[in-house]
Design a protein around this ligand. Structure first.
Ligand SMILES: [Zn+2]
Ligand SMILES: [Zn+2]
Ligand SMILES: [Zn+2]
Length: 230
């Protein structure tokens, strides 16, 4: 027969048991406090994290905007460069033509006046030259007005761009950005139909437009027109 295991509690006085229980209680209180503190810390970290996430998404949004603006600026600047080249070419053509023409008219007038005999024919020639000159001056004046208008438009846009205003608009049809002032017929190439998912008549691709049954790879667009702002 085995010897009976002594019951440890049986060897403790009630006082000793009370001491152990109270030390357990104080340990429990301590742990509970610790857990509460950790929970609070956790909540604080969580809200910090939330704040960081909000900040990061704000930065992302800002970055996207900056990217859009810089893209727009480079598109606009390219367009302006083209426009400036055209204006410069126009101005240089006007000044060259003007120099040639004025020399030509000078000679013709001189010839009319130098004639010893002012016949009916020489007077007629003089008047003809005179009216041609008037027409030429009118033409240059018109060209000058057009070029001045272009320059003013450019200055206007440049000021807007510098003040952060958006110049480009998104097109409803082709979903590309365009500059409204420079929007001409034929600039916008798009499909007027809906995007369907079966097969393109050109290449058999999955997605095609039902206006011409072709995909974007086979045809950039089957319609042409001006861009329409969204
Ligand atoms: Zn089409
Ligand atoms: Zn195709
Ligand atoms: Zn368009």
């Amino acid at each position: 027969m085995e010897a009976q295991q002594p019951n440890p509690v049986a060897y403790m006085s009630e006082r000793e048991v009370q001491t152990i229980i109270s030390s357990f209680r104080s340990a429990l209180t301590m742990y509970t406090n610790e857990v509460e503190k950790l929970q609070m810390k956790n909540e604080a970290l969580h809200s910090d994290l939330q704040g960081e996430i909000t900040k990061a998404s704000g930065l992302q949004e800002e970055l996207k905007n900056l990217q859009l603006i810089s893209q727009e600026k480079s598109t606009t600047l390219d367009a302006y460069q083209d426009k400036i080249n055209l204006i410069e070419a126009g101005l240089s053509k006007i000044s060259t033509t003007h120099a040639t023409k004025s020399q030509e008219y000078n000679e013709r007038f001189k010839k009319s006046f130098d004639s010893d005999t002012h016949t009916e024919k020489s007077t007629e020639n003089f008047m003809k030259t005179f009216y041609e000159l008037v027409e030429t001056i009118k033409f240059y004046e018109q060209q000058n007005i057009l070029l001045r208008k272009s320059t003013e438009d450019l200055q206007d846009d440049l000021e807007k761009m510098n003040s952060g205003e958006r110049i480009c608009k998104m097109c409803l049809h082709c979903k590309r950005e365009f500059i409204p002032k420079q929007n001409k017929d034929g600039d916008c190439v798009y499909h007027s139909g809906k995007l369907k998912y079966y097969s393109c008549k050109g290449c058999g691709d999955d997605a095609y437009y039902n206006c011409c049954n072709k995909c974007m790879k086979c045809s950039e667009g089957c319609r042409r027109g001006k861009h329409i702002p969204l």
